[in-house]
Design a protein around this ligand. Structure first.
Ligand SMILES: [Ca+2]
Length: 140
């Protein structure tokens, strides 16, 4: 029984690791399954933001998760008590492997006039202009 418990703990640890680190194609596939329009663009932005690691635990200053959702404007974090929390989520929710809440907030950000759609993610220009071939190997 003790061996079984140990093996189960290892399996769960591996599963949780896999849940927070995607491959490019796996993330694109999940976003497509979630019905995200422009899933190629969202995947590429996550690629640029995380330097190709697609690690949902990513954090860069006030930016949380794959899309560096900002605690100054869009989510709530104790480090930024004056943040507007316009999406109504705790920022840590953008650092797990569940994408539904991330996508809800991304849609809100994308639709905001002051964010200029995808152009608000400035770093995307490093890699994302040619999306026609970006996901070619994924067979989506
Ligand atoms: Ca999430």
């Amino acid at each position: 029984m003790r061996g079984f418990t140990f093996a189960l703990a290892i399996v769960l640890a591996i599963a949780s690791t896999e849940a927070t680190r995607f491959t490019k194609c796996d993330l694109a596939r999940r976003l497509k399954l979630h019905g995200a329009p422009n899933y190629d663009e969202w995947t590429c932005i996550a690629d640029v933001n995380t330097d190709g690691y697609f690690d949902t635990e990513w954090k860069n200053g006030d930016g949380f998760g794959l899309w560096e959702i900002s605690a100054r404007e869009w989510c709530k974090d104790p480090s930024f008590p004056a943040g507007a929390n316009r999406c109504g989520f705790d920022c840590e929710r953008f650092r797990d492997g569940f994408l539904t809440d991330d996508l809800r907030c991304l849609r809100e950000i994308h639709a905001d006039r002051s964010f200029y759609g995808f152009n608000g993610w400035f770093r995307r220009f490093r890699k994302c202009p040619n999306l026609s071939t970006y996901l070619a190997e994924c067979g989506l």
